[in-house]
Design a protein around this ligand. Structure first.
Ligand code: PLP
Length: 401
Protein backbone atom coordinates (compact mmCIF):
# COMPACT_ATOMS: atom_id res chain seq x y z
CA UNK A 1 0.00 0.00 0.00
CA UNK A 2 1.46 3.40 -0.95
CA UNK A 3 2.65 5.58 1.91
CA UNK A 4 1.01 8.99 2.30
CA UNK A 5 2.94 11.97 1.02
CA UNK A 6 2.56 13.77 4.28
CA UNK A 7 2.83 11.68 7.40
CA UNK A 8 0.84 12.90 10.37
CA UNK A 9 2.08 11.97 13.81
CA UNK A 10 -0.73 10.25 15.70
CA UNK A 11 0.23 9.17 19.20
CA UNK A 12 -2.21 6.60 20.55
CA UNK A 13 -0.14 5.11 23.36
CA UNK A 14 -1.08 7.32 26.31
CA UNK A 15 -1.30 4.29 28.62
CA UNK A 16 2.45 3.80 28.09
CA UNK A 17 3.23 7.41 28.89
CA UNK A 18 1.94 10.91 28.21
CA UNK A 19 3.67 14.09 27.11
CA UNK A 20 4.36 16.56 29.89
CA UNK A 21 1.72 19.30 30.08
CA UNK A 22 3.25 22.76 29.40
CA UNK A 23 1.70 24.05 32.65
CA UNK A 24 3.50 21.25 34.47
CA UNK A 25 6.82 22.13 32.85
CA UNK A 26 6.24 25.74 33.88
CA UNK A 27 5.56 24.71 37.47
CA UNK A 28 8.83 22.75 37.55
CA UNK A 29 11.18 25.32 36.03
CA UNK A 30 11.96 27.53 39.06
CA UNK A 31 13.12 24.47 41.00
CA UNK A 32 16.04 23.62 38.75
CA UNK A 33 18.29 26.66 38.99
CA UNK A 34 16.60 29.14 41.32
CA UNK A 35 15.01 27.32 44.24
CA UNK A 36 17.46 24.46 44.09
CA UNK A 37 18.29 24.18 47.80
CA UNK A 38 18.19 20.92 49.68
CA UNK A 39 14.84 20.88 51.53
CA UNK A 40 16.62 19.64 54.66
CA UNK A 41 18.96 22.65 54.78
CA UNK A 42 18.33 25.37 57.37
CA UNK A 43 19.21 28.50 55.37
CA UNK A 44 16.65 30.32 53.26
CA UNK A 45 17.28 28.46 49.98
CA UNK A 46 16.63 25.19 51.74
CA UNK A 47 13.61 26.54 53.58
CA UNK A 48 12.16 27.82 50.33
CA UNK A 49 12.48 24.40 48.73
CA UNK A 50 11.05 22.81 51.84
CA UNK A 51 8.10 25.19 51.75
CA UNK A 52 7.38 24.26 48.14
CA UNK A 53 7.61 20.59 49.02
CA UNK A 54 5.10 21.09 51.83
CA UNK A 55 2.74 22.90 49.46
CA UNK A 56 2.94 20.05 46.95
CA UNK A 57 2.32 17.48 49.66
CA UNK A 58 -0.67 19.42 50.96
CA UNK A 59 -2.13 19.82 47.47
CA UNK A 60 -1.72 16.16 46.54
CA UNK A 61 -3.12 14.93 49.85
CA UNK A 62 -6.19 17.15 49.48
CA UNK A 63 -6.89 15.78 46.00
CA UNK A 64 -7.10 12.23 47.35
CA UNK A 65 -8.90 13.06 50.59
CA UNK A 66 -5.89 12.40 52.80
CA UNK A 67 -3.51 14.31 55.08
CA UNK A 68 -0.07 15.61 54.03
CA UNK A 69 1.69 13.13 56.33
CA UNK A 70 0.07 10.23 54.44
CA UNK A 71 2.01 11.01 51.24
CA UNK A 72 5.38 9.43 50.41
CA UNK A 73 6.99 10.76 47.24
CA UNK A 74 8.89 8.10 45.32
CA UNK A 75 10.73 7.58 42.04
CA UNK A 76 7.65 6.39 40.14
CA UNK A 77 4.85 3.83 39.98
CA UNK A 78 7.09 0.78 40.14
CA UNK A 79 8.85 2.03 43.24
CA UNK A 80 5.56 2.86 44.96
CA UNK A 81 4.20 -0.61 44.20
CA UNK A 82 7.38 -2.26 45.51
CA UNK A 83 7.34 -0.09 48.64
CA UNK A 84 3.70 -0.94 49.35
CA UNK A 85 4.07 -4.69 48.84
CA UNK A 86 7.48 -5.39 50.39
CA UNK A 87 6.82 -2.67 52.95
CA UNK A 88 3.68 -4.35 54.28
CA UNK A 89 4.97 -7.91 53.92
CA UNK A 90 8.17 -7.21 55.82
CA UNK A 91 6.51 -5.16 58.56
CA UNK A 92 3.68 -7.61 59.24
CA UNK A 93 5.13 -11.07 58.58
CA UNK A 94 4.56 -11.96 62.24
CA UNK A 95 0.78 -11.77 61.70
CA UNK A 96 0.46 -14.02 58.67
CA UNK A 97 2.10 -15.08 55.46
CA UNK A 98 -0.79 -15.04 53.01
CA UNK A 99 -1.18 -12.29 50.42
CA UNK A 100 -3.67 -11.71 47.60
CA UNK A 101 -3.40 -10.03 44.22
CA UNK A 102 -4.82 -10.54 40.74
CA UNK A 103 -3.30 -12.32 37.75
CA UNK A 104 -3.71 -9.19 35.61
CA UNK A 105 -1.62 -6.71 37.59
CA UNK A 106 1.17 -4.61 36.13
CA UNK A 107 4.53 -6.35 36.47
CA UNK A 108 5.53 -3.79 39.11
CA UNK A 109 3.01 -5.58 41.35
CA UNK A 110 3.21 -9.12 39.98
CA UNK A 111 6.98 -9.45 40.26
CA UNK A 112 7.20 -8.45 43.96
CA UNK A 113 4.44 -11.00 44.69
CA UNK A 114 6.34 -13.69 42.77
CA UNK A 115 9.49 -12.78 44.67
CA UNK A 116 7.66 -13.07 48.01
CA UNK A 117 6.27 -16.41 46.88
CA UNK A 118 9.83 -17.64 46.34
CA UNK A 119 10.61 -16.48 49.87
CA UNK A 120 7.88 -18.71 51.29
CA UNK A 121 4.78 -16.52 51.22
CA UNK A 122 1.49 -18.03 50.15
CA UNK A 123 0.04 -16.04 47.27
CA UNK A 124 -3.46 -16.12 45.80
CA UNK A 125 -3.55 -14.77 42.24
CA UNK A 126 -7.21 -13.98 41.61
CA UNK A 127 -8.54 -14.90 38.19
CA UNK A 128 -10.77 -12.53 36.27
CA UNK A 129 -13.79 -12.96 34.00
CA UNK A 130 -13.65 -12.53 30.22
CA UNK A 131 -13.91 -8.74 30.59
CA UNK A 132 -11.14 -8.52 33.15
CA UNK A 133 -13.22 -8.06 36.33
CA UNK A 134 -12.29 -9.87 39.51
CA UNK A 135 -15.06 -12.03 40.95
CA UNK A 136 -16.10 -10.74 44.36
CA UNK A 137 -17.26 -14.18 45.53
CA UNK A 138 -13.89 -15.72 44.75
CA UNK A 139 -12.20 -12.83 46.46
CA UNK A 140 -14.28 -13.31 49.61
CA UNK A 141 -13.39 -17.01 49.62
CA UNK A 142 -9.68 -16.20 49.25
CA UNK A 143 -9.61 -14.00 52.37
CA UNK A 144 -8.12 -15.80 55.41
CA UNK A 145 -7.38 -14.74 58.98
CA UNK A 146 -3.66 -14.78 58.11
CA UNK A 147 -4.06 -12.64 54.96
CA UNK A 148 -2.05 -9.48 55.59
CA UNK A 149 -2.11 -7.77 52.19
CA UNK A 150 -4.50 -7.40 49.25
CA UNK A 151 -3.24 -5.56 46.16
CA UNK A 152 -5.72 -5.01 43.35
CA UNK A 153 -5.28 -2.47 40.56
CA UNK A 154 -7.82 0.34 40.15
CA UNK A 155 -7.82 0.20 36.34
CA UNK A 156 -5.99 -2.18 34.05
CA UNK A 157 -3.32 -0.76 31.76
CA UNK A 158 -3.97 -3.13 28.86
CA UNK A 159 -7.74 -3.40 28.57
CA UNK A 160 -8.93 -0.52 30.76
CA UNK A 161 -11.11 -2.61 33.09
CA UNK A 162 -12.05 -0.57 36.19
CA UNK A 163 -12.11 -2.91 39.20
CA UNK A 164 -14.74 -2.45 41.96
CA UNK A 165 -12.21 -1.06 44.44
CA UNK A 166 -14.67 0.42 46.88
CA UNK A 167 -16.69 -2.81 47.02
CA UNK A 168 -13.50 -4.83 47.61
CA UNK A 169 -12.56 -2.33 50.30
CA UNK A 170 -15.89 -2.85 52.07
CA UNK A 171 -15.42 -6.63 52.03
CA UNK A 172 -12.01 -6.20 53.62
CA UNK A 173 -13.45 -3.97 56.35
CA UNK A 174 -16.10 -6.58 57.06
CA UNK A 175 -13.52 -9.39 57.15
CA UNK A 176 -11.39 -7.43 59.62
CA UNK A 177 -14.38 -6.76 61.84
CA UNK A 178 -15.56 -10.39 61.79
CA UNK A 179 -12.09 -11.62 62.70
CA UNK A 180 -11.22 -8.79 65.13
CA UNK A 181 -8.04 -7.95 63.25
CA UNK A 182 -6.59 -4.75 61.75
CA UNK A 183 -5.42 -6.40 58.51
CA UNK A 184 -5.29 -7.30 55.59
CA UNK A 185 -4.07 -3.95 54.37
CA UNK A 186 -5.48 -2.91 51.02
CA UNK A 187 -3.24 -1.48 48.30
CA UNK A 188 -4.38 -0.30 44.88
CA UNK A 189 -2.24 0.64 41.89
CA UNK A 190 -4.05 3.69 40.53
CA UNK A 191 -1.51 4.76 37.88
CA UNK A 192 -3.97 4.36 35.02
CA UNK A 193 -6.98 5.64 36.95
CA UNK A 194 -5.56 8.93 38.21
CA UNK A 195 -6.33 10.83 35.01
CA UNK A 196 -10.02 9.91 34.94
CA UNK A 197 -11.41 8.57 38.20
CA UNK A 198 -12.01 9.74 41.75
CA UNK A 199 -9.06 9.03 44.02
CA UNK A 200 -10.86 9.60 47.32
CA UNK A 201 -9.14 7.12 49.62
CA UNK A 202 -12.02 7.15 52.12
CA UNK A 203 -14.61 6.29 49.51
CA UNK A 204 -12.32 3.63 48.04
CA UNK A 205 -11.46 2.19 51.51
CA UNK A 206 -7.82 1.74 50.55
CA UNK A 207 -4.85 1.82 52.94
CA UNK A 208 -2.19 2.29 50.30
CA UNK A 209 -2.42 3.78 46.82
CA UNK A 210 0.13 4.17 44.02
CA UNK A 211 0.05 7.06 41.54
CA UNK A 212 2.78 8.15 39.12
CA UNK A 213 3.53 11.23 37.06
CA UNK A 214 4.22 9.69 33.69
CA UNK A 215 0.60 8.62 33.03
CA UNK A 216 -1.01 11.93 33.99
CA UNK A 217 0.90 14.42 31.80
CA UNK A 218 3.46 14.91 34.55
CA UNK A 219 7.17 14.18 34.56
CA UNK A 220 8.49 10.62 34.44
CA UNK A 221 10.39 9.04 37.32
CA UNK A 222 8.15 10.51 40.01
CA UNK A 223 5.31 8.95 41.92
CA UNK A 224 3.71 8.73 45.30
CA UNK A 225 2.44 6.18 47.71
CA UNK A 226 -0.48 7.02 49.98
CA UNK A 227 -0.11 5.29 53.33
CA UNK A 228 -3.04 5.45 55.72
CA UNK A 229 -2.31 6.77 59.18
CA UNK A 230 -1.31 4.00 61.56
CA UNK A 231 -0.34 1.54 58.81
CA UNK A 232 3.26 0.50 59.34
CA UNK A 233 5.49 -0.22 56.32
CA UNK A 234 9.17 -1.08 56.14
CA UNK A 235 11.18 1.38 54.05
CA UNK A 236 12.98 -0.09 51.06
CA UNK A 237 15.47 2.71 50.47
CA UNK A 238 17.26 3.77 53.64
CA UNK A 239 19.75 6.52 54.29
CA UNK A 240 18.65 10.04 55.20
CA UNK A 241 15.41 10.63 57.06
CA UNK A 242 13.43 12.07 54.18
CA UNK A 243 9.74 11.29 53.65
CA UNK A 244 9.28 10.53 57.36
CA UNK A 245 12.02 7.90 57.15
CA UNK A 246 10.02 5.94 54.58
CA UNK A 247 12.07 6.85 51.50
CA UNK A 248 15.61 8.10 51.85
CA UNK A 249 17.26 10.42 49.34
CA UNK A 250 17.23 14.13 48.54
CA UNK A 251 13.72 14.93 47.34
CA UNK A 252 13.33 15.46 43.58
CA UNK A 253 11.77 18.87 44.13
CA UNK A 254 11.21 19.88 40.47
CA UNK A 255 9.55 16.53 39.70
CA UNK A 256 7.45 16.67 42.86
CA UNK A 257 6.24 20.17 41.97
CA UNK A 258 5.42 18.94 38.46
CA UNK A 259 3.65 15.88 39.78
CA UNK A 260 1.49 17.95 42.12
CA UNK A 261 0.51 20.27 39.26
CA UNK A 262 -0.22 17.31 36.98
CA UNK A 263 -2.47 15.64 39.54
CA UNK A 264 -4.30 18.92 40.14
CA UNK A 265 -5.02 19.34 36.42
CA UNK A 266 -5.97 15.68 36.02
CA UNK A 267 -8.43 15.72 38.89
CA UNK A 268 -9.90 19.08 37.85
CA UNK A 269 -10.46 18.14 34.21
CA UNK A 270 -10.92 14.41 34.67
CA UNK A 271 -14.68 14.23 34.24
CA UNK A 272 -14.74 16.49 31.19
CA UNK A 273 -11.86 14.69 29.52
CA UNK A 274 -13.44 11.36 30.40
CA UNK A 275 -16.67 12.32 28.61
CA UNK A 276 -14.85 13.73 25.58
CA UNK A 277 -12.65 10.68 25.14
CA UNK A 278 -15.51 8.24 25.65
CA UNK A 279 -17.32 9.88 22.75
CA UNK A 280 -14.20 9.77 20.63
CA UNK A 281 -13.50 6.13 21.50
CA UNK A 282 -17.11 5.25 20.67
CA UNK A 283 -16.71 6.92 17.27
CA UNK A 284 -13.39 5.13 16.69
CA UNK A 285 -14.85 1.75 17.59
CA UNK A 286 -17.88 2.25 15.31
CA UNK A 287 -15.51 3.10 12.47
CA UNK A 288 -13.45 -0.02 13.19
CA UNK A 289 -16.54 -2.21 13.34
CA UNK A 290 -17.97 -0.94 10.07
CA UNK A 291 -14.73 -0.82 8.08
CA UNK A 292 -12.82 -3.87 9.27
CA UNK A 293 -14.37 -7.36 9.41
CA UNK A 294 -13.55 -9.90 12.13
CA UNK A 295 -12.44 -7.65 14.96
CA UNK A 296 -13.24 -7.89 18.65
CA UNK A 297 -13.05 -5.44 21.52
CA UNK A 298 -11.05 -6.98 24.38
CA UNK A 299 -12.25 -6.02 27.85
CA UNK A 300 -15.52 -4.43 29.00
CA UNK A 301 -17.86 -2.61 26.61
CA UNK A 302 -17.29 1.14 26.35
CA UNK A 303 -18.87 2.70 29.45
CA UNK A 304 -18.24 3.61 33.05
CA UNK A 305 -16.36 0.41 33.91
CA UNK A 306 -13.80 0.84 31.15
CA UNK A 307 -11.18 3.60 31.01
CA UNK A 308 -12.53 6.13 28.52
CA UNK A 309 -9.34 6.33 26.49
CA UNK A 310 -8.71 2.61 25.97
CA UNK A 311 -9.56 0.46 22.94
CA UNK A 312 -7.89 -2.95 22.88
CA UNK A 313 -8.78 -4.70 19.64
CA UNK A 314 -8.17 -8.23 18.38
CA UNK A 315 -7.69 -8.30 14.60
CA UNK A 316 -8.32 -11.90 13.63
CA UNK A 317 -5.60 -13.34 11.39
CA UNK A 318 -3.08 -10.55 11.98
CA UNK A 319 0.17 -10.47 13.97
CA UNK A 320 -0.26 -7.58 16.40
CA UNK A 321 3.42 -6.78 16.30
CA UNK A 322 3.50 -6.61 12.50
CA UNK A 323 0.45 -4.35 12.52
CA UNK A 324 2.09 -2.07 15.06
CA UNK A 325 5.25 -1.74 12.96
CA UNK A 326 3.26 -1.13 9.78
CA UNK A 327 1.24 1.60 11.46
CA UNK A 328 4.44 3.27 12.63
CA UNK A 329 5.33 3.76 8.96
CA UNK A 330 2.24 5.95 8.73
CA UNK A 331 3.15 7.90 11.85
CA UNK A 332 0.60 6.04 14.00
CA UNK A 333 1.88 4.90 17.38
CA UNK A 334 0.07 2.27 19.41
CA UNK A 335 1.00 -0.77 21.46
CA UNK A 336 0.70 -4.51 21.59
CA UNK A 337 0.14 -5.10 25.28
CA UNK A 338 2.01 -3.31 28.00
CA UNK A 339 5.06 -1.24 27.14
CA UNK A 340 7.24 -3.23 29.47
CA UNK A 341 6.61 -6.54 27.73
CA UNK A 342 6.70 -5.40 24.11
CA UNK A 343 10.20 -6.82 23.70
CA UNK A 344 9.03 -10.32 24.48
CA UNK A 345 6.93 -12.49 22.20
CA UNK A 346 4.98 -13.95 25.09
CA UNK A 347 1.24 -13.34 24.71
CA UNK A 348 -0.14 -10.79 27.18
CA UNK A 349 -0.75 -12.29 30.64
CA UNK A 350 -3.78 -10.03 30.95
CA UNK A 351 -5.50 -11.23 27.78
CA UNK A 352 -4.72 -14.90 28.39
CA UNK A 353 -6.06 -14.66 31.97
CA UNK A 354 -9.25 -13.20 30.47
CA UNK A 355 -9.59 -16.38 28.42
CA UNK A 356 -8.12 -15.21 25.11
CA UNK A 357 -6.16 -17.84 23.22
CA UNK A 358 -2.46 -17.11 22.76
CA UNK A 359 -3.21 -16.50 19.11
CA UNK A 360 -6.00 -14.01 19.76
CA UNK A 361 -3.83 -12.26 22.34
CA UNK A 362 -1.00 -11.92 19.84
CA UNK A 363 -3.35 -10.44 17.26
CA UNK A 364 -4.39 -7.66 19.62
CA UNK A 365 -3.45 -4.00 19.57
CA UNK A 366 -4.03 -1.34 22.20
CA UNK A 367 -4.99 2.18 21.19
CA UNK A 368 -5.01 4.66 24.08
CA UNK A 369 -6.27 8.16 23.33
CA UNK A 370 -5.21 11.29 25.17
CA UNK A 371 -5.72 15.00 25.75
CA UNK A 372 -4.37 15.96 22.33
CA UNK A 373 -6.32 13.31 20.40
CA UNK A 374 -8.98 14.69 18.06
CA UNK A 375 -11.46 13.27 15.59
CA UNK A 376 -9.09 14.14 12.73
CA UNK A 377 -6.51 11.77 14.27
CA UNK A 378 -9.02 8.93 14.30
CA UNK A 379 -10.01 9.72 10.71
CA UNK A 380 -6.34 9.62 9.69
CA UNK A 381 -5.94 6.20 11.31
CA UNK A 382 -9.09 4.92 9.61
CA UNK A 383 -7.79 6.08 6.25
CA UNK A 384 -4.98 3.52 6.40
CA UNK A 385 -5.78 0.89 9.02
CA UNK A 386 -8.41 -1.09 7.03
CA UNK A 387 -6.03 -1.50 4.07
CA UNK A 388 -3.07 -2.43 6.28
CA UNK A 389 -5.13 -5.08 8.08
CA UNK A 390 -6.37 -6.46 4.78
CA UNK A 391 -2.84 -6.68 3.41
CA UNK A 392 -1.46 -8.36 6.53
CA UNK A 393 -4.29 -10.89 6.50
CA UNK A 394 -3.48 -11.78 2.91
CA UNK A 395 0.22 -12.16 3.67
CA UNK A 396 -0.64 -14.36 6.64
CA UNK A 397 -2.91 -16.52 4.50
CA UNK A 398 -0.17 -17.05 1.90
CA UNK A 399 2.43 -17.86 4.57
CA UNK A 400 0.21 -20.41 6.27
CA UNK A 401 -0.39 -22.34 3.05
C1 PLP B 1 3.06 2.66 34.24
C2 PLP B 1 2.52 1.83 35.32
C3 PLP B 1 3.33 1.42 36.39
C4 PLP B 1 4.79 1.74 36.48
O1 PLP B 1 5.04 3.10 36.69
P1 PLP B 1 6.49 3.73 36.46
O2 PLP B 1 6.33 5.15 36.86
O3 PLP B 1 6.82 3.53 35.01
O4 PLP B 1 7.44 2.99 37.33
C5 PLP B 1 2.74 0.65 37.39
N1 PLP B 1 1.45 0.30 37.33
C6 PLP B 1 0.65 0.67 36.31
C7 PLP B 1 -0.78 0.24 36.31
C8 PLP B 1 1.16 1.44 35.28
O5 PLP B 1 0.36 1.77 34.28
Amino acid sequence: MPKPKKIKEVYLDHAATTYTDPQVVKAMLPYFSEIYGNPSALYHKGLEANGALNDARRSVSKLIGALPENIVFTGGGSESDNLAIYGIAQAHADKGKHIITTAIEHHAVLHPFQELEKQGWQVTYLKVDEQGFIKIDEFKKALRPDTILVSIMYANNEVGTVEPISEIGREILKHRKDNHIAYPYFHTDACQAAEYLSLDVERLHVDLMTINGSKIYGPKGIGMLYVRRGVRIKPQIVGGGQERHLRAGTENVPAIMGFAKALEIAQQNGQKENDRLMKLATYFFKELETKIPKIKLNGPPIGSTRLANNLNIAFDGVEGEALLLYLDEYGIMCSNGSACTSESVEPSHVLTTMGCSAKAAQSSIRFTLGRATEKSDIDYVMKYLPEVVKELREINKINSK
